[in-house]
Write a protein that binds this ligand. Structure first.
Ligand code: SF4
Length: 426
């Protein structure tokens, strides 16, 4: 079975990644821009480097006290008149969200890797809902019928010429435009998506979001964004659903601020256009001081805190993977990612993604070929704001895979040749 899994993975990574001229062009443009922007962001705000060390300590404490913090965050959310649910598995999370949304609804979603992890959009669509990704990159990925290939920039592997073609086809069908979009005019592409989604934000029944951090003491979630789509998805519909991995919870509001600042700075922004802080449903006390829920924002807030393998990751000694801020730095630094994009991975991407895929999405057997794709050069660890030991965890994951008999044939053959060579030398 492992050999078949490995062959399929290799075919995919070579065909769609390494051999693709489009991936090469799009990635070389994006990596260059990222490097310049990060140098600029850290140069302007050099305190971020020390703050990252503090954030590592916050994450170490938080993962060690994950269960306690989940409980505390839930109590805070309920105190703020939100509804809090703890989902042990993907299936449980889907059931809870499915029951809240129902069917025949319009749903607007902001970018969330955790929702990708559980295939939330597809699940809600199967239940007869119309679901729109509202982040531009995610929207392009949705129209293409593929999956994101970068943590922050889901359509990073798609050059502008292809984006123009994809949008032209869809927008003409919807009657938004009559002529094809200009392949070089990115401004025009952005404007046409804005026009289409505008109406969806204000007619949607439900808005769905993820979060970059959740403060246990106040129940406040932090959502970093630039496009303004998250605040519209969160703010306009009457019902808001937040799906948040339990590793995102930190003890205090101040901790969450630090996590958020380090995340956006390493994600190469001096400062993002928006940081949304949400602690409960909208309310007013303006008439006789009677608190009434559902003013201009959502009248209901449902927060689903997801385990789905995170506790197991902690129990099996992969704590460092749970520290990940999803800033994307390691992907831009990775020599394998530079030629294969997100095809180096299953649901998550790159070396850090191999650990996440093993525990939260496809399991150890399918994650094993990803672990063997990593060359363990260590560039990711050096550049990671939290100095996460990705190469060390990859070695551990390979060892775990070996114990289960999940070593791909090519690696087994190579190991046998090395053993024979050593024997001959003795
Ligand atoms: S492993 Fe480090 S560099 Fe990579 S996304 Fe996570 S925090 Fe960022």
């Amino acid at each position: 079975m492992i050999d078949q899994v490995h062959e399929e993975y290799i075919r995919r990574i070579i065909e769609y990644g390494a051999k693709s001229e489009k991936v090469r062009i799009a990635l070389s443009r994006a990596i260059k821009a990222f490097e310049n922007n990060r140098r600029n962001a850290l140069g302007m705000f050099p305190h971020t480097i020390d703050m990252a060390k503090e954030v590592r300590k916050i994450k170490e404490y938080s993962i060690e006290h994950m269960d306690e913090l989940v409980k505390k965050a839930c109590e805070s959310i309920e105190r703020n008149h939100g509804h809090c649910y703890i989902a042990k598995t993907k299936e449980e999370a889907l059931r809870i969200i499915g029951e809240i949304v129902g069917s025949g609804k319009t749903v607007v979603k902001s970018k969330s890797l955790t929702s990708e992890e559980i295939h939330l959009r597809e699940y809600l669509e199967e239940r007869g809902n119309e679901v729109y990704e509202t982040d531009l990159g995610e929207f392009i990925v949705q129209l293409m019928g593929t999956r994101p290939t970068h943590i922050l920039a889901p359509a990073i592997n798609v050059p502008r010429e292809d984006v123009a073609k994809i949008l032209s086809k869809f927008m003409k069908e919807k009657g938004i435009i009559e002529e094809d979009l200009d392949e070089q005019n990115i401004q025009e592409m952005v404007a046409v998506v804005r026009k289409f989604l505008r109406d969806k934000f204000f007619t949607a029944d439900v808005g769905i979001n993820g979060a970059n951090a959740l403060a246990a003491d106040t129940g406040t979630m932090f959502i970093i964004e630039n496009e303004g789509n998250a605040r519209l998805s969160i703010g306009a519909p009457p019902v808001q659903i937040a799906l948040i991995g339990m590793e995102k919870i930190v003890p205090t509001l101040e901790d969450a601020f630090k996590v958020t600042e380090v995340t956006w700075r390493y994600a190469n922004y001096t400062v993002p256009a928006y940081v949304n802080l949400i602690s409960g449903p909208s309310k007013t006390g303006d008439i006789e001081k009677v608190i009434t829920y559902g003013a201009h924002g959502p009248r209901e807030l449902h927060v689903i805190i997801l385990d789905n393998g995170r506790t197991e990751m902690h129990e099996k000694g992969y704590d460092e993977a749970l520290y990940c801020l999803r800033c994307g730095t390691c992907l831009y630094e990775c020599p394998i990612y530079a030629v294969t994009a997100g095809f180096f991975g299953q649901q998550y991407m790159g070396g850090i993604g191999a650990i996440w895929d093993a525990f939260t999405t496809v399991g150890l057997e399918k994650a094993s070929p990803i672990a063997y794709t990593c060359v363990r050069c260590g560039k990711c660890k050096v550049m990671c704001p939290l100095n996460i030991d990705i190469p060390g965890m990859i070695a551990k994951l390979r060892n775990d895979a070996r114990k289960e008999g999940y070593v791909p044939k090519i690696v087994r053959d190579f190991a046998a040749e090395v053993e024979e060579f050593i024997r001959e030398q003795k």
